[in-house]
Write a protein that binds this ligand. Structure first.
Ligand code: GLC
Length: 524
């Protein structure tokens, strides 16, 4: 057991915490193989303290054949050798806690690796066996069963079914190497509970729950009535693969375990945009919180951003959960790129940071957000995301937003590894983007994040509920009850500042005007 951070004994420390998502492969390599690891995270803890984050979410680091970069887990209760050892994880946990940073980890309940012992046993045991009942095996359709059991597409492209040698088919909402578990089987739930306890007993502070709306499929596995399933699109009610009512029983079971470990929390990856359907996951006996992806999918205009904020708040209003704001993650184009890339995208990303961090609730930063990292167009031969193959080379997948973080120096690998190669290539021209280069520049993205996080953590202004203020056309203005005023200018032209003292601005506001695509924090 490790010590608990002394920042506060409060069990709901997470309600307004800033989480930092560590995509472990790409955060920092403590060795020379060009793949990030636990040693790399340990080495960079001082940087995270300087940044001012409250907690980490570390993407999967469990034993995995890496068909989906760790989301194909072959043993949920151990550490993948590429990333380190269990002892190294314990050391990281102790050091993070010592530094006042909580640690949450990924939980992948919906599916396992096809190399997990359970799935190998299921293949060997044959149709109708108890071993197969842990997964979703079915006979095919047609006279010889050569057609899949239904028409479901995989979220990564292609059919969601793969046929095995004896003729049966198994379900995989993602890659064929990620067979879905059947949560109606008691051993499946019992195993999940064991995994939760395994990590909670080591001292983790919580879990990000992968595909938290997917563990239970519609009764009878009825066909879907759409042709194409876009990657991670929310198909809304009526998609029999996702958001079925039975999934809430799984969350209740998870919560019962969590409740025995006060001060721990869950955040669900719930790609459900309907406010009321999302709120169901946040009932008092289910998830502590869930990502709201509206900000991550909103266009850069005042109406869309306001709509994202309004709906995110509405989805939690009747629940005990705080809102949870995300601009980027390892599955979606980075927001610098979404907002137009280059100087314009960066300028908007600076404003977006002040928007995100002014809002009430939890905020998740994706590693590299604080440096203003953009996506990188990689050549075909460098692509590693299973989406690229599964989609028949029509979707390039998510490698572009997963490039290793540049730490120092003026050429690849920018201090990411002591080796020379990185698992995804890093581009030339990033000397100015490195943490080292930005740390010394008061006008850098990194300095903006550090200041915003410091103010957010220490100032009573950034507290309490939110009220919309009258704003010039094309602008957003809001006030936190504590007294912070945020003005975001999306009007395309400069606007006058609102009354108040300037605390922090994403662009130059001397002269009392806020330039376009900029934001400011004021004390009213
Ligand atoms: C989640 C993860 C994504 C992964 C998928 C399958 O959506 O965020 O990266 O590929 O689940 O586990």
């Amino acid at each position: 057991m490790t010590t608990t951070p002394d920042a506060s004994a409060a069990t709901d420390w997470w309600r307004d915490a800033v989480f930092y998502q560590v995509y472990i492969r790409s955060f920092a390599d403590g060795g020379d193989d060009g793949v990030g690891d636990l040693a790399g995270i340990r080495a960079k803890l001082p940087e995270l303290v300087a940044l001012g984050v409250d907690a980490l979410w570390i993407n999967p680091f469990f034993p995995s054949p890496m068909a989906d970069h760790g989301y194909d887990v072959s043993d949920p209760r151990d550490v993948e050798p590429v990333f380190g050892t269990l002892a190294e994880f314990d050391a990281l946990l102790a050091e993070a806690h010592e530094a006042g940073i909580r640690v949450t980890i990924d939980l992948v309940p919906n599916h396992t690796s096809d190399q997990r012992e359970w799935f190998q046993q299921a293949l060997a045991a044959g149709p109708g066996s108890a071993e197969r009942a842990r997964y979703v095996f079915r006979d095919g359709q047609g006279a010889d069963g050569a057609q899949p059991p239904n028409n479901w597409p995989s979220i990564f492209g292609g059919p969601a079914w793969t046929r095995v040698a004896d003729g049966q088919w198994y379900l995989h909402l993602f890659a064929p190497e990620q067979p879905d578990l059947d949560f109606t089987h008691p051993e499946v739930l019992a195993d999940l509970e064991q995994t939760l306890r395994f990590w909670l007993d080591r001292g983790v502070d919580g879990f990000r729950i992968d595909v938290a709306h997917g563990m239970v499929k519609a009764e009878g596995l009825p066909d879907v009535d759409f042709d194409e399933a876009g990657l991670f699109d929310d198909h809304g009610p009526g998609d029999p693969r996702l958001d079925n009512d039975g999934v809430h029983d799984v969350h209740r079971a998870v919560r019962r375990v969590m409740d025995a470990y006060p001060g721990t929390m869950t955040v669900g990856e719930v790609w459900v945009s309907d406010d009321e359907r999302l709120a169901r996951y946040l009932r008092p006996d289910e998830l502590h919180s869930a990502f709201n992806f509206r900000l991550l999918t909103a266009d850069w205009d005042a109406a869309s951003l306001r709509d994202a904020v309004v709906h995110s708040l509405a989805s939690v209003e009747q629940t005990p959960a705080p809102a949870c704001w995300v601009l980027s993650n390892h599955d979606r184009p980075r927001h610098v790129t979404r907002y137009g890339d280059g100087e314009l995208g960066t300028r908007r990303a600076r404003a977006a940071a002040l928007l995100q961090l002014a809002l009430p609730g939890m905020a998740f930063l994706y590693n590299g957000d604080e440096l203003g990292m953009p996506d990188v167009d990689l050549p075909d031969e460098a692509l590693t995301d299973p989406v690229w193959e599964r989609s028949g080379h029509t979707e390039r997948g998510r490698d572009a937003c997963r490039i290793p973080v540049p730490w120092s120096g003026d050429a690849p690998p920018y201090g990411f590894t002591s080796g020379s190669d990185t698992w995804l290539p890093m581009p030339a021209g990033w000397a100015g983007l490195t943490a080292q280069a930005q740390a010394g520049d008061p006008d850098s993205m990194l300095s903006l994040y550090r200041s915003a996080l410091h103010t957010r953590r220490t100032s009573p202004l950034v507290r309490g509920g939110l009220t919309w203020l009258p704003a010039p056309e094309g602008c957003l203005a809001l006030r936190r009850d504590g007294g912070l005023v945020l003005l975001v200018n999306l009007s395309g032209a400069p606007v006058s500042l609102l009354p108040g003292d300037v605390l922090l601005a994403s662009a130059d506001v001397t002269g009392g005007t806020l330039p376009h695509d900029a934001a400011v924090w004021l004390r009213d």
